[in-house]
Design a protein around this ligand. Structure first.
Ligand SMILES: Nc1ncnc2c1ncn2[C@@H]1O[C@H](COP(=O)(O)OP(=O)(O)OP(=O)(O)O)[C@@H](O)[C@H]1O
Length: 370
């Protein structure tokens, strides 16, 4: 898939912007704080209906404006697909083919993007929450059902926590609603866990050879998805559900002491091992970067396989950070098959042949010149 044309209205520091893109590589060059990331972010919002760097949609609206609009002509295998997102202080709405979508979970997935930005190092270095967000966003892109199940799970978690808080400090809960929520919570949790296992298997399958390639055969990457300790991936849903019920019963007393649900996918962990050791703790900065890059490249392959089309790749301020070998590896992987957007403060760190074949845009104070 590819983005042919982009229109922004009152988006961050762009009052209006109209751009046509190359189906191959597009490079945005400009000093700091001119609006390069804002363009990448707008493409991300167009895909995921939310920003990768802000959870507050109001920040995306240009100061003093009431609403912001992102419009694009996307080309999929079957033809042109106009997409549109409007963000206002009251909320957001999304259109596909000029038709408003009732649910954002139905909108997500029309355009697939893979973004690689400096903060993606946090995927390896950061808290488990960052990794859970990564899993959710990536599975969500290829599975609207997962997004739906995740929303159900989060709602039930909130309701269950609410009752735990209401009964805070007690020895037990005598409330039928709590048992009902717990049963529904377990059912939703099992769906999430099963889907995460499936996704991790695919991610492992693609990331391992990619990581070997980038590390010139020296490193073996292993991804370990660790839901509730003791749970086995080969179990049936019923077996998982009864295991979860047992675990929840075991921690009930502590849950009441804390007013919180202590077992479930909201506490899952994802770990990365290189040659058998945990990269988060023992990996060098370079190994952590290679791991993050392998995961991103694996996502491209995974989306290709699951969706049947390559996603769009957004490289925000990272290409010039990669050494020559990693840069070549990345560019060879995407060559000719993945539409790519790159931002950089200078073309110096980027390979000459990439710059020569790319469409170049100069970004300065909210204006873009080709
Ligand atoms: N809601 C908004 N309304 C108007 N301007 C905004 C808004 N949000 C951010 N900006 C402006 O956008 C600019 C930052 O743009 P952006 O984050 O795209 O920088 P950049 O060109 O990627 O730079 P860097 O290389 O430092 O990341 C700043 O000048 C900031 O003041």
């Amino acid at each position: 898939m590819r983005i042919d044309h982009l229109e922004l209205l009152n988006y961050r520091n762009y009052e209006t912007l109209n751009l046509s893109f190359s189906p191959e590589i597009n490079v945005f060059i400009g000093q700091n704080a001119q609006g390069k990331t804002n363009i990448m972010e707008s493409l991300y919002v167009l895909s995921m209906a939310k920003s990768h760097r802000s959870s507050n949609d109001k920040e995306l609206i240009r100061w003093d404006a009431d609403y912001a609009k992102i419009k694009a002509d996307v080309y999929r295998k079957y033809g042109k697909l106009p997409l549109e997102i409007t963000l206002s202080k009251k909320g957001k709405n999304a259109k596909v083919n000029h038709l408003e979508q009732r649910r954002l979970s139905e909108y997500i997935g029309q355009l697939n993007v893979v973004m690689f930005a400096p903060e993606d190092l946090n995927l390896v270095k950061g808290s488990p929450q960052v990794r859970r967000r990564f899993i959710d966003m990536e599975i969500g892109q290829i599975s609207p059902v997962y997004l739906h199940d995740l929303l159900t799970y989060q709602k039930l978690l909130k309701q269950r926590n609410h009752l735990l808080k209401q009964n805070y400090g007690k020895k037990s809960i005598d409330d039928v609603m709590f048992d009902v929520y717990t049963d529904q919570f377990i059912e939703a949790a099992v769906k999430i866990i099963r889907k995460r296992y499936q996704f991790m298997d695919l991610l492992q399958k693609w990331a391992e050879p990619i990581h070997q390639g980038i590390s010139r055969g020296l490193e073996q990457l292993q991804i370990r998805y660790q839901p509730i300790s003791g749970l086995k991936p080969e179990w049936t849903s019923e077996e998982m559900a009864s295991f979860l019920a047992q675990k929840l019963a075991e921690v009930r007393k502590r849950e009441l002491e804390r007013g919180l649900t202590l077992v479930g996918p909201h506490r899952d962990e994802l770990q990365f091992f290189v040659n058998g050791y945990d990269v988060q703790t023992y990996g060098s900065q370079g190994q952590q970067r290679t791991t993050a890059l392998s995961l991103k490249l694996a996502e491209i392959e995974l989306i290709k396989q699951e969706v049947g089309e390559a996603p769009v790749l957004l490289l925000d301020d990272v290409l010039s950070e990669l050494d020559d070998y990693r840069q070549s590896h990345l560019l060879n992987t995407i060559k000719g098959s993945v539409q790519t957007f790159v931002t950089t403060t200078s073309v110096e760190g980027i390979q000459h042949e990439t710059i020569q074949s790319a469409r170049l845009f100069e970004v300065s104070q909210g204006t873009v010149k080709e």
